[in-house]
Design a protein around this ligand. Structure first.
Ligand code: PEP
Ligand code: MN
Length: 264
């Protein structure tokens, strides 16, 4: 079991994911960084709730070019400020190879999203990031486990051993949920790879009422962490409000999942 330290290079509280006895790592925050107040409020709230890492998208891979695309570099600066204020390391998405170094200057973990899961130049660039920041690689929209692991190999082969896998649901035919959460992949991957695996109950379900129970199920399946979308006022979120929970709900999830983790 590979263990990876998150937040080793910036002034923040580092956290270890993976390894034999590590506690589940909770990454939480808004889908998108919308403005300073929204981000700082959410960062402080997820910290109070017990999260270990702040998530927030500055570059958003939106389905429609007419939807909010993220604040870009300004969002990265706000994330760095939120880290300074809360001490939480920061994870944020990078969408293009030419932006890897810019994002790495501000982030503690580089996120590669589902839509870029087989963008091989991006995987290689993330693997070569000059700070050797960990990379969280989401499962492709319809990736098999082998395709996903071979995508991870691109990062590893480029010289970066710090890869975290993230199950975020796969595309299927039933519109009741946004995607289908494939929890079987957690124990299967633990047979196939030494890399830590986290589950994203937000993008996999697309429905906030399903997030608590699927979070509990993920930890029961021995996922090493969760990445959860949290917004102070989910109904007004600029992105993914339907699947975003409140900080109060996060508090309860963290309490419940840590009880489950201690039982197994
Ligand atoms: C995200 O986590 O912000 C995101 C866009 O997720 P995914 O790539 O899984 O859709
Ligand atoms: Mn989102």
């Amino acid at each position: 079991n590979t263990s990876i330290t998150i937040g080793a290079t910036n002034a923040c509280t580092p956290v270890i994911i993976g390894g034999p006895h590590a506690d589940p790592v909770i990454m939480a925050g808004p889908c998108a960084v919308e403005n300073r107040e929204q981000l700082i409020t959410t960062a402080q709230a997820v910290k109070r709730a017990g999260a270990h890492v702040l998530r927030g998208g500055a570059f958003k891979p939106r389905t429609s070019p007419y939807q909010f695309q993220g604040l870009g570099v300004e969002g990265l600066h706000l994330l760095a400020e939120a880290r300074e204020i809360t001490g939480l390391p920061v994870i944020t998405e990078v969408m293009e190879p030419g932006m890897v170094e810019t994002v790495a200057q501000h982030a503690d973990v580089l996120q590669i999203g589902t839509r870029n899961a087989q963008n091989f130049p991006l995987l290689l660039a993330a693997g070569r990031n000059s700070k050797q920041l960990p990379v969280l690689l989401k499962r492709g929209l319809s990736s098999t486990l082998s395709e996903w692991l071979l995508a991870a190999e691109y990062i590893l082969a480029a010289g970066n051993p710090n890869v975290i896998l993230c199950e975020r649901g796969i595309r299927s035919y039933d519109p009741q949920t946004r995607n289908v959460l494939d929890l079987t992949c957690v124990p299967l991957l633990q047979e196939l790879t030494h890399l830590p695996i986290v589950v994203d109950p937000s993008h996999s379900t697309g429905r906030r009422e399903l997030v608590p129970i699927m979070s509990r199920a993920s930890i029961a399946a021995q996922a090493q962490g969760l990445i959860i979308e949290v917004h102070p006022d989910p109904d007004t979120a600029l992105c993914d409000g339907k699947q975003s929970i409140t900080p109060e709900q996060l508090t309860k999830i963290i309490r419940e999942t840590s009880l489950i983790a201690n039982m197994i």
